[in-house]
Design a protein around this ligand. Structure first.
Ligand code: NCD
Ligand code: ZN
Ligand code: ZN
Ligand code: ZN
Length: 360
């Protein structure tokens, strides 16, 4: 790389517990290969993939088997899967639980068709999923309060996805202080963008949960100590879709999340140790992910660069952060002793068969 001295920092391979790789079902937006290459470019060596695949949501053992088979030979980093909660799938939990890293329960409108509305069904799902395995919920505001209300009765832990509102993080703080067994994640777009960016971004600024107000963003930063982990919620859609009259919800995030969080480190909002906790240690612990021996990344912490659409590996080839100046770039990634990113470029290692994470 040109200019100035490098300032290499070494970190463990980052773990993203919330991505939508779109494979199978919508590989025109992203695929196992493009998504995992984008992950490596962003410093991630392990991902957990969500079940809301268009056309074939992972809510049956057969759909899970199809997804697992589709991933064969196509992954550039480790990937584990979530199973989707639905009224009809309760009877399959015992069978599928050992093959996935958790169950995903959708309680609000989002991309796909997996929203569960009926209170009794929600309670049954929370009771039926094995307590030893994580249960992730997409719950916004009222539905988050409802889940907290159900917890004493179902007696289990839950993980809250993409917390984005002041009231949510305050309810989570109160519950944690009372010893309620919950964990949560925040997505960088909810830390760096607000609803005031939507007129500028148009469809590129639309995701679920939607961008919050300034007070929401401030509350997330102020309560960073109760937020267990960062998750990108990498949810690519094509530019054509996003510029259409009815844009689908979701934004990519795998290649921008580390530099965005490094801005916060430089600003003194969190330490590098805490960043490693939030982007490696905590997701690994909460989701019982196996260690990746001899796996680490090197970040050039002195490199200033501008995020642009054409620097991306994600198939969707756009980011809501285009034009933003950041400092800190992934220089190399080593996965199980093999260099897979060099000088910021993803090497073509697929032939060597990087494996799906051995199922927990
Ligand atoms: C996600 C998607 O597109 O799959 N969209 C989003 O806006 N976050 C679904 C989700 O995480 O809710
Ligand atoms: Zn969601
Ligand atoms: Zn998501
Ligand atoms: Zn630095």
């Amino acid at each position: 790389m040109k200019g100035g001295a490098m300032a290499l920092i070494r970190m463990p391979g980052l773990i993203d517990p919330h991505v939508h790789l779109r494979d199978p079902g919508a590989t025109y937006k992203e695929s196992f290969t493009t998504g995992t290459q984008a992950a490596l470019a962003g410093g991630f060596t392990a991902l957990l993939d969500m079940p809301n695949n268009p056309g074939s949501p992972v809510v049956t053992p057969e759909a899970l088997a199809r997804k697992t088979a589709a991933a064969e030979g196509k992954l550039a980093c480790d990937v584990g899967f979530f199973y989707g909660a639905s009224a009809g799938s309760l009877g399959t939990y015992g069978q599928v639980a050992p093959q996935v890293f958790g169950l995903k329960l959708y309680l609000d409108d989002t991309t796909g068709d997996l929203k569960v509305e009926e209170l009794e069904t929600i309670r049954s799902i929370m009771q039926a999923w094995p307590r030893s395995k994580p249960l992730c919920v997409h719950a916004e505001e009222r539905t988050l309060a409802m889940v907290l209300g159900l917890l004493p009765s179902v007696g289990r832990s839950v993980h809250f996805c993409h917390v984005s509102r002041r009231i949510e993080v305050e309810l989570i703080r109160d519950a944690k202080e009372r010893g309620v067994p919950i964990t949560c994640e925040v997505a960088p777009h909810h830390l760096y963008l607000t609803e005031e960016d939507v007129p500028r971004l148009g469809g590129l600024g639309l995701m679920k949960p939607p961008l919050g107000r300034g007070v929401d963003v401030d509350a997330l930063w102020a309560n960073l100590d109760v937020i267990d982990m960062i998750a990108t919620d990498h949810a690519p859609h094509t530019l054509i879709e996003k510029r259409s009259e009815n844009p689908p919800f979701g934004v990519p995030g795998l290649e921008t999340s580390l530099p965005l969080m490094l801005i916060a480190v430089h600003a003194g909002r969190l330490t590098l140790d805490r960043l490693v906790q939030m982007m490696h240690t905590a997701p690994r612990r909460v989701f019982h992910m196996p260690p990746q021996p001899d796996t680490y990344i090197e970040v050039d912490d002195a490199r200033r660069w501008t995020i642009t659409d054409d620097s991306l590996y994600t198939k969707c080839a756009w980011t809501p952060f285009a034009g933003m100046q950041v400092v800190g770039a992934v220089e190399s990634v080593t996965l199980r002793g093999q260099e897979v990113v060099r000088a910021g470029r993803v090497l073509d290692t697929l032939a060597e068969g990087v494996a799906i994470i051995p199922l927990a």
